[in-house]
Design a protein around this ligand. Structure first.
Ligand SMILES: [Zn+2]
Length: 455
């Protein structure tokens, strides 16, 4: 007797790039049978011709801040589940929003909408050791303490160390390398980094990250390359990364499928010189709140908003979509959301990334190949994270499954409504349990926290 049977599906065999039309059987949280499954089952889902995919794996996102959710609920983990993600990785860009232990404990006690893993963030540790000055290098003592904290976090199951170089000019390349002293050369972990600077500085930033990867001897992941290099030099950026890869460096990349970023209009990102850097003008900036909601700037409005409404969220349509596509299609690049929310506001990528890739880039624009896209959202991040039982629909693998309707799947989240549920993500199964049924969440507590090596 099976626990769950999905019948009449187009089962995606990512490794062999083929569709198996048929059924899939689940028992004790594992996939046990694929094809023509005759055994009876306690629960049956009729996929009715829809695609049965490995659950999506988001290698780069930002967990909820429990001080905002009052430690009572989840925020982004819900939107992750809505878009078919079954496992995601927190603690990116150098930033943990609380300690990993706190996240782990909360999930152990409450369950979670999706499975979580986490990096330990360098910038977060800097604050813990008393260096809150983003322009100052850490002292010898502070670095020594961080070396121990990094080792301890890795021993306790962190997937690796993340850096937020752009956020913290005081981190020099040496400091980034020095904090890994006790984990150097380990191949079972990853370093990831939010680059030093974007646009014209992207190539220097890539060389710096490659140097950190080389000096530490630890596999390296370049974070959200789209927002680093989609300003006219994506080809050069990808060629450079490839050059480092071909010289033996274990390096890979993630990117999100949007050509706009969002931040406060008063942010230093919009300081003088930004448009020259991006090759764009005032009319690429849209304001999102009253009295200028939905209005694109001219010089006068831009300056007025910066002066009088500095905390207003603005959307910068400054990246080139062809370059986003170019990045997404590169063999070293996987899909990740970089999603982050604060009091339910933020960029729609945290609720739309995966359905957007399938609906917009694969189906509508025909800019990505179907199996490539699925691979970049499932098996590729699973392998990068060294997950032994996830990322494929295969006998013996965890029953983390997303059933989507390829004809309708699309993101709906916008900059005005950034957490809107996508269309066409019809079923999500976590560890054999049904979390989403016909597009409605029925159980948001099936997720676990995994230490590295546990999944
Ligand atoms: Zn980042």
């Amino acid at each position: 007797m099976l626990d769950l049977k999905i019948i009449n599906g187009k089962i995606i065999d990512v490794e062999n790039r083929r569709i198996i039309e048929g059924d899939l059987g689940v028992k004790d949280g594992k996939i046990v049978d694929i094809g023509n499954v005759s055994a009876s089952s306690r629960e049956i889902i009729n996929a009715d011709g829809r695609h049965v995919s490995p659950g999506f794996i988001d290698i780069h996102m930002h967990e909820e801040d429990f001080s905002l959710t009052k430690k009572e609920k989840y925020d982004i983990a819900e939107t992750m589940l809505n878009m078919g993600v079954t496992t995601c990785v927190a603690g990116n860009c150098g930033n943990n929003r609380q300690s990993i232990e706190e996240l782990h404990e909360f999930i152990k006690e409450m369950g979670s909408p999706v499975n979580y893993m986490s990096y330990i963030g360098h910038n977060y540790l800097r604050n813990l050791v008393g260096n809150s000055d983003i322009y100052a290098r850490s002292t010898k003592e502070q670095i020594a303490r961080m070396q121990s904290m990094v080792e301890e976090a890795v021993d306790l199951g962190a997937v690796g160390v993340s850096y937020g170089l752009e956020y913290c000019p005081g981190i020099d390349t040496e400091e980034a390398i020095e904090i890994t002293e006790k984990i150097k050369g380990r191949k079972d972990i990853i370093l990831s980094a939010h680059y030093r600077k974007d646009a014209a500085y992207a190539l220097d930033a890539i060389n710096e990250m490659a140097m950190i990867g080389r000096e530490t001897g630890i596999p390296f992941q370049i974070s959200h390359l789209s927002s680093c290099s989609a300003y006219g030099n994506m080809t050069e950026a990808l060629n450079l990364i490839e050059k480092h890869y071909n010289s033996g460096l274990d390096i890979s990349v993630d990117a999100y499928p949007y050509a706009a970023f969002s931040t406060f209009i008063g942010s230093a990102v919009f300081d003088e010189g930004c448009f020259e850097l991006w090759n764009k003008s005032y009319n690429s900036i849209m304001l999102t709140e009253e009295p200028f909601r939905g209005i694109f700037c001219d010089r006068e409005l831009f300056e007025k908003a910066r002066k009088e409404y500095p905390t207003m969220l603005a959307v910068a349509y400054v990246m080139n979509e062809e370059e986003i596509v170019e990045a997404l299609n590169h063999p070293l690049v996987m899909v990740a959301s970089d999603g982050i929310y604060r009091n339910n506001s933020g960029h729609p990528r945290g609720a739309g990334t995966f359905p957007r890739v399938m609906g917009h880039y694969v189906r509508d624009m025909k800019a990505m190949e179907f199996f490539d896209a699925i691979n970049k959202m499932t098996d590729m991040p699973a392998k990068r994270l060294k997950l032994k039982n996830k990322g494929l629909i295969k006998e013996g693998f965890d029953a983390d499954i997303t059933v989507f309707n390829y004809d309708t799947v699309i993101d709906r989240a916008t900059f005005q409504d950034p957490q809107l549920r996508p269309v066409g993500i019809d079923y999500v199964i976590l560890g054999g349990g049904t979390a989403v049924k016909e597009g409605v969440t029925v159980n948001n507590r099936l997720g676990k926290y995994y230490r590295r090596g546990e999944a």
